[in-house]
Design a protein around this ligand. Structure first.
Ligand code: C5P
Length: 222
C-alpha cells in the first residue's frame, strides 16, 4: 500500500513529538525527531567547550559526528558516536542553547542533508521547525501545530511532574517564548507555516483528537 511523507512543524512544546509518535505507531511509519539532532550537536559542543557562535567549529564537529535515531518501543533512542544521549539532550542546559546552534546556515545545510536521507521514499512522520518548508517540501501532508503559550507551558510543566520534578511555570513560559522568538526570527529556514500546511490549534484538543484529525487527512491523501 502507498506510504506518504508527513511533515509536522510548530513552536516549542506544541505537542509535535507526542502526536508524531502516535501517528507513526498507528500507521506503521517511521518517526524522525529532527530537534533531537540539533540537541545532539548542542550537547557535544557544550561538552567540548566549543563556542556556540563558532559556525566553522560547529560544522566540523557535526561532520565528524554520527547521529543515529533508533526506533524503540513507542519512541526513539538517540545515539551520538554510538553513545546513548536520549535523556541528556532534554536537559535545561541543552534546551537553553539549542536555538543558538541551530541558527547557523552551514549547520542546517548538513542537518537537512542527513534528514532527507533518513526520510527515504516515504512512510515517515518527521517533526521539527522547517520540515514542510525545507526538508520535505514535497511531503504529501504538512501539518502546522500550534497552541497558546500558556497551554504549552502548562503541558511542559505537567510532563516534568510526570518525570518527577517540579518547575516554575512562569519561567517555563519565558523560556518557551524566548526559544520561539529565536527560531522564528533567524535568517535561515526560520520556523514558519508552509503555505500548503494544514494549521491545527491544539490548545483545547487532546493528543488523541489531534492524532485522529491528522489520520483523517492522511486517508484523504492515500
Ligand atoms: O523540537 P525540539 O524542541 O526538540 O527542537 C529543539 C530546537 O532545535 C528548536 O528550538 C530549534 O532551535 C531547533 N530545530 C530546528 N529545526 C528543526 C528542528 C529543531 O531549528 N527542524
Amino acid at each position: 500500500s502507498k506510504k506518504i511523507s508527513i511533515a509536522i512543524d510548530g513552536p516549542a512544546a506544541a505537542g509535535k513529538s507526542t502526536v508524531a509518535k502516535k501517528i507513526a505507531k498507528d500507521l506503521g511509519y517511521t518517526y524522525i525527531d529532527t530537534g533531537a539532532m540539533y540537541r545532539a550537536l548542542t550537547l557535544k559542543a557544550l561538552q567540548n567547550g566549543i563556542s556556540l557562535e563558532d559556525e566553522k567549529a560547529l560544522t566540523k564537529l557535526l561532520n565528524e559526528m554520527t547521529i543515529e535515531l533508533k526506533p524503540v518501543n513507542e519512541g526513539q533512542q538517540v545515539l551520538v558516536n554510538g553513545e546513548d544521549v536520549t535523556a541528556i539532550i532534554r536537559s535545561n542546559e541543552v534546551t537553553k542553547h539549542v536555538s543558538t546552534v541551530s541558527k547557523h546556515p552551514n549547520v542546517r545545510e548538513e542537518m537537512v542533508k542527513r534528514q532527507k536521507q533518513l526520510a527515504g521514499n516515504g512512510g515517515v512522520v518527521m517533526d521539527g521547525r522547517d520540515i514542510g518548508t525545507h526538508v520535505l517540501p514535497n511531503a504529501e501532508l504538512k501539518i502546522f501545530l500550534k497552541a497558546s503559550v500558556e497551554e504549552r507551558a502548562k503541558r511542559r510543566y505537567e510532563e516534568n511532574l510526570r518525570k518527577g520534578f517540579t518547575s516554575d511555570l512562569t519561567q517555563l513560559k519565558k523560556e518557551i517564548e524566548e526559544r520561539d522568538k529565536l527560531d522564528s526570527t533567524r535568517a535561515t529556514a526560520p520556523l514558519k507555516k508552509a503555505p500548503d500546511a494544514v494549521e491545527i490549534d491544539t490548545t483545547s484538543l487532546t493528543i488523541e483528537e489531534v492524532a485522529e484529525l491528522i489520520k483523517e487527512l492522511v486517508k484523504e491523501r492515500l
